[in-house]
Write a protein that binds this ligand. Sequence first.
Ligand code: AMP
Length: 569
Amino acid sequence: MSRRKSRSTGAVFGIDLGTTYSCLATVNTAGAPEVVPLLDGSLTLPSVVLFLGADDCMTGEPARAQSRSRPDDVCSLVKRRMGDGDWRFVSHGRSWSAPAVSSLILKALVNDTAFHAPGQVQDVVITVPAYFGDEERRATKLAGEYAGLTVLDVISEPIAAALAYGFARLDPGLVKGPSEEVALVYDLGGGTFDVTVVELAERRVAVVAIDGDHELGGADWDEKLAVHLSHAFTAAHPDAEDPLDDSAGSQALVLAAERAKRELSEKTSTVVRVEHDGHTVDVPLRRDDLERLTGGLLDRTVQLTRSAVAAARERGLGRIDRVLLVGGASRMPAVAARLTKELGVTAELADPDLAVAKGAAVYGEKKAIERLVHADLTTRGQLADGAPLDAASAADFDAACARLAEALGLTTERVRRTAQVQVLNVCSRGFGVMALSGRTGEPEAVFLVHRNDRLPVAVRRSFGTVHDDQQVVTVRIVEQGGGAESEHLDDNKVVAEASIIDIPPGYPAGSEISIGLRMGFDGILELHAWHEGLADKPLTVHVETSAALSQTDVARERAQVARVRRRDS
Ligand code: AMP
């Protein structure tokens, strides 16, 4: 294996920070995205951390191997905790938030790929499930910052998967099909499920509709199989202890179940040996058995797929031209068979483990190229600092692309397409504010931004003050909790509480307060407020997100992460 030549684009690497595995990719000198191998040659790192002491940890495969036998010290599936501000993993007298644990995974990933990409990994794009809300995206950015990385952007995993596919199609030599296509990306990972309808066009990759469940993934298939194996074991040895009642036994069982699940993707039957409590049983298992045991889980993914397709139809896209399967667990043959039947289009297994990281690298290259074109135009005075690229004249833009193409050894067309392609996302959940109902006088959620609204989105809505001379208005921002919007507080998650302060005296009850919610391309939320008497002057808003760590916590954790020594060999 040869050392990778560094590209002169000021490379931006793509990272798939997965629930079970993580992976780092870049765009090679030939312009193709590729995964950077780890020291041992593998392409993915298990997203698992084993805490050995206050300042010592192990990551990756050695940590994963001990995940059930040392549950107090092993942290896995941390991605499911992203955005939960109260969650901490406590081990050896230290407490770790989800971003802090994730940062150890990121550091390990960067460290282990250093042989192939020495000293280059600084600017990165990290992927998140499409349904991650504002808090989870912020937490992901924070994880990158803790790891010492510059996170240029956080993008949705299905967009990344579509980019890995869509950009290749935009390469002039590779365009074969129609220039516009609607793809459904079905992503069944280890711990999360995401379904997204994406429109691929000449200069645009746009998410049209999303749905998903972050508590559903391959690990649920393993659990079902493990329960089946434990029943088979206890039926054969009624006096023996149930392996699931013992941490080492259940670890072994779940690992055996996962292995069997993978084998059943390749062949139609296998035999699983269960050894526990001095007894052994060989359990024959057919693919049909697995499919029967886990049918309910697959049904749930199909239901969510239907709802994404229905949402896309509402937005005028009534057809699905392609079905792309990503995520390791979509290798199960039942997935492709069921989706093909459901959607009437042959489901394609599109590089399921690596597509997301590769797509993030493609997007990273786009960011790098955009940055260079931008810098070229601003230094020549052809574009104002901070202005978007499309504010430059077409001639100046083309000339900048040509200069850059020359410098990078790429075609001008490729640089232009890469810089021009727009990635458009939609909002993953509804957002609103709690207000007193005019009807009942009770607090109710009023949604301003809705799931599947195209990003960026900016919405303003008017509310009234409750008292005369009211100086302070407290606004609670809520995020849709379940699959549908609900006006009940309990069905929603309060993500931030903001106080509008210093409202001048002299205004009666019912004076207009206008609340604006804005969500950028990155899915991160901003709140603005105006008072009717001071329309030109936004009011001061203090936003305290419930999941955000305090400044003190962030400083403490940053230092804690920096102190950690890794002992993996
Ligand atoms: P990901 O989060 O995309 O890395 O997916 C990891 C999940 O894919 C885990 O639950 C794995 O057990 C599962 N997986 C990987 N390979 C296979 C396979 N050949 N058949 C079935 N599931 C698999």
